[in-house]
Design a protein around this ligand. Sequence first.
Ligand code: 5GP
Length: 122
Amino acid sequence: MTYDPNNIFAKILRGEIPCHKIYEDERVLAFNDINPQTPTHVLVIPKGAYASFDDFSEHASEAEIAALVRAAGKIARDAGLAATGYRILANTGRDAHQDVPHFHLHIFAGKDLGRMIKPAEK
Ligand code: 5GP
């Protein structure tokens, strides 16, 4: 997947589209999902131009990777989610239905999330 600089999260990073910001540092931005699937649904993205987890895990620096993981944990802790639990998910590519081609982690929380993944119809 090649990086499209006009994807919606790139526009959010450039300030061209608003977001409800939850967290920001030098390398990471987090904001509420516009169409939340759970009572808490936060998207955590690197500021670097990475199209997917595949791209990020291969090409991001150690500092960028550490920053994203540290930020996701801090966001969850600061929101009080560690006590009741949460789920982190990164849809990657076609079969995972990744819609936005800028790498992002979803943080889901605020209710019983059920067990893992419901298989799609065959
Ligand atoms: P994906 O399917 O790529 O893993 O998830 C993309 C997510 O981005 C979806 O949950 C969708 O609701 C969210 N999203 C799409 N457009 C916007 C937007 O303009 N603003 C925000 N905050 N979230 C968006």
